[in-house]
Write a protein that binds this ligand. Sequence first.
Ligand SMILES: Cc1cc2nc3c(=O)[nH]c(=O)nc-3n(C[C@H](O)[C@H](O)[C@H](O)COP(=O)(O)OP(=O)(O)OC[C@H]3O[C@@H](n4cnc5c(N)ncnc54)[C@H](O)[C@@H]3O)c2cc1C
Length: 422
Amino acid sequence: MTLNRRKFIAVGAATAASLSAPHVLADNHGKPRVVVIGGGSGGATAARYIAKDSKGAIDVTLVEPSRTYFTCYFSNLYIAGFTDLEDISHTYGTLAAKYGINVVHDWAVDVDRDAKTVSLAGGSVLPYDKLILSPGIDFVEGAVPGWSVAAQNKMPHAYKAGSQSELLKAQVMAMPEGGRFAMVAPPNPFRCPPGPYERISMVAHVLKQTNPTAKILLVDPKESFSKQALFEEGWERHYSGMIERVGPDFGATNVTVDPEAMTVDIDGSVEKVDVCNVIPAQKAGRIADMAGVTDGNWAPVNAADMSSKADPDVHVLGDSAQQGDMPKSGFAANSQAKVCAMAVRGALTGSKVFPAKFTNTCWSLIAADDGVKVGATYEATAEKIAKVDGFISQTGEDAATRKATYEESVGWYAGITADMFN
Ligand SMILES: Cc1cc2nc3c(=O)[nH]c(=O)nc-3n(C[C@H](O)[C@H](O)[C@H](O)COP(=O)(O)OP(=O)(O)OC[C@H]3O[C@@H](n4cnc5c(N)ncnc54)[C@H](O)[C@@H]3O)c2cc1C
């Protein structure tokens, strides 16, 4: 049977009714209802702040399929052995127990913005007054010819953390002596602008110790990349001769891969590799598209409250949002979530709403104790989230500064994950 959107909702509602009021449809005692889709950097923060600050006045449901959230932040460090997988894993128990958030482990499969309902894969239908979408990214199909999600076990992306990170790490550790690691980097805009280059650094770090004659091939369709001077200086200092970057001038905009043959074809030149990390072009998480709030790629939002330009009762946070000057980062998603939570609370309970302010810093580790950062503050204008001022680490900084920068990132990690989950 093919289900269209309305049929799906009707079937879901009927199923819910026949099960006589499943827990997700618990009586909300007339309270306003907020449904949050996606329990990551944006969604977990928004759910936590709305529930915490409204002190029970708003009924908050968080829909997230995974019981464990692995942060992408520090997942590159896991590949290098600087952290364990369990150190970057987080669960949702405290959000339920301490703040009364109704955590539902399921997929949202549709949004009916006329009826103001969210349908779940399990058949339930959740009514909302305000809907918050923070579903992260999905990959653009066909972006790297030869690669599809079906090939992710041969050529991992490791751009959603967890089993993909484990797989990529295992592949790097199993490389033959003097073998070759390749990365196909994504075009702009994408999740975590310095992420691919921190990963190159971390793979180089581990290979330098375990497999020092191995080589790294970075195939990059972009003219330039985040913190480029800092990364290139670090690669020369720590991993001289190991990393080769092929940019657009040398065919990196015309790349195909063959996961069976383990080859990368760069503008007709076929390279055999041992590990191939394909990070395809990205777009908003699919449910944002299904909700009809994207332009086909990303979801345009109003900067003042992160509400969708298509619907004032739907807010979009984090990577999925097209908001202006902020990079797609966990820090940014967390910052946007707090602005959104304040606005949603204000709209539903009349609490005071202050002008939106945003901050972001992206730290990257190049080698042990060699940390660098880039960051900025932002404000909401009528058009977008607009950068106010920024800072960036400098080339040639001394070792103590770099170590302090790395330590700052460790402190930030503890802070943001507590802000999301504790
Ligand atoms: C290698 C790497 C390193 C990074 N390092 C940093 C860093 O150092 N600092 C930093 O700030 N950022 C970093 N990032 C970026 C950061 O991880 C993302 O920008 C951030 O997680 C975005 O938050 P989000 O809420 O938009 O999405 P996510 O945090 O990805 O959360 C989305 C959630 O939505 C859920 N979901 C998706 N679809 C549905 C659906 N239909 N129904 C229900 N749930 C759904 C998913 O399961 C997921 O849990 C890094 C990213 C990568 C890949």
